[in-house]
Ligand binder design. Structure first.
Ligand SMILES: Nc1ncnc2c1ncn2[C@@H]1O[C@H](COP(=O)(O)OP(=O)(O)OP(=O)(O)O)[C@@H](O)[C@H]1O
Ligand SMILES: [Mg+2]
Length: 354
């Protein structure tokens, strides 16, 4: 089926416009939207590789579900690290599968001739030119006829509902799985920016280390993430969870009760690092920008913006109004859709690679 789409996509039919796809290649989650159809797929950026048959056999949800429970010959691969492609072939295989799952049903509704694909995709500012080209290459390998790259911070800010073309600075903080992207945008571009690599995935590791040191116990990767999702909060509610892991002392299963306050303690250094980075960006900004930001505050997006009370924590620490956007997990993707909707906007914002 996909080969058919790929081959036809290379032929340009003047009477059939190409189908626009929007893709957010997140470190934790990949998201795809189609023009006029909205979001058609959100799945974890995980694959399972069979080392014996040398094939990718699990993709997205099904691969994430089996982390830590696979035999030695199956390898779980995370092809994106800190927002950058780290395993090219795996990323191509994953995106191919996701397009097949999320997009093919819509292509099937074209009765005879299949449209070509045009893709608008976000890349973080920390990506080098070679890393940006690798993103383009993923889609060209899948038979896409045109790839437009847009800087992720710009897409996220537009997805948060800002008109970044106005000379009215906005501060947007994307709290993702692989990167924390802090950016001030105004006049159609990024004025100030700082990217931290210690984001959601790193926090899972901090929880692992904390439990290891405090309770002499080894936890699985998924359990660490579940603890973060279930217990990490900044409101006054103290939640608890019983987790089972492997005792370092006996090698046998062991259970302990973990509280919200434990997780907060484990993650405090990472959160403080974010607070300091936002402070630094504000301090380094020109006076006019600082004035606008103090008047309007800043917005939070990304998966970690789900943490209860996180906006109040930052507001108190920074003495600044802080709001979580409603479409926090889809902010980057909605931005791409809005940018792609207008040809002139896409022309103005797309990254020109040599
Ligand atoms: N309720 C929650 N509480 C705490 N963390 C959460 C919650 N929901 C999701 N997360 C975390 O958010 C992170 C994923 O966020 P998101 O989907 O925005 O990342 P991404 O877009 O894939 O990555 P990036 O943009 O950094 O490349 C994961 O680390 C996940 O554990
Ligand atoms: Mg993201």
């Amino acid at each position: 089926m996909l080969n058919f789409i790929q081959n036809l996509s290379k032929i340009q039919f003047p009477f059939i416009s190409s189908l626009s796809l929007y893709v957010d290649l997140g470190t934790t989650n990949t998201r795809i939207a189609i023009k006029d159809k909205g979001v058609v797929l959100q799945e974890p950026t995980f694959l399972g590789y069979n080392k014996r048959s040398r094939e990718f056999i699990f993709f997205g949800n099904e691969a994430k579900r089996i982390v830590g429970k696979v035999p030695e010959f199956i390898q779980i691969i995370r092809p994106m690290v800190n927002g950058i492609i780290s395993e090219f072939d795996a990323e191509v295989a994953l995106v191919r599968k996701f397009i097949e799952r999320g997009v093919s049903p819509y292509v099937a509704s074209y009765p005879l001739l299949k449209p070509g694909f045009e893709v608008v995709v976000a890349v973080p500012s920390i990506a080098t030119e070679i890393e940006q080209k690798a993103v383009e290459e993923v889609f060209y390998k899948l038979g896409v006829s045109r790839v437009h790259l847009v800087e992720k911070a710009i897409a996220t800010a537009i997805g948060c509902g800002f008109n970044i073309f106005l000379h009215k600075p906005v501060l947007v903080v994307d709290l993702g799985g692989g990167i924390i992207d802090i950016a001030v945008l105004s006049g159609g571009g990024v004025v100030m920016q700082k990217t931290l690599r210690s984001a959601g995935e790193h926090m899972n590791k901090l929880i692992y280390n904390y439990i290891h040191l405090k309770h002499g116990m080894i936890l699985g990767e998924t359990t660490c993430e579940d603890l973060k999702i279930n217990l990490f909060r900044f409101d006054s509610e103290e939640k608890t969870s019983i987790v089972r892991g492997k005792s370092l002392e006996t090698g046998l299963p062991k259970s302990v009760k973990i509280r919200s306050s434990d997780i907060k303690e484990a993650l405090l250094s990472a959160i403080n690092q974010i607070t300091d980075a936002i402070k630094e960006i504000i301090e380094l900004s020109p006076p006019e920008v600082i004035d606008e930001i103090y008047n309007n505050g800043f917005v939070l997006a990304g998966g970690l913006a789900n943490v209860q009370g996180i906006e109040n924590f930052f507001a108190e620490e920074l003495k600044l109004k802080s709001t979580v956007v409603t479409n926090k997990e889809h902010a980057t993707l909605s931005g791409l859709v809005r940018i792609g909707r207008r040809k002139d906007t896409l022309q103005r914002l797309k990254i020109e690679l040599p």
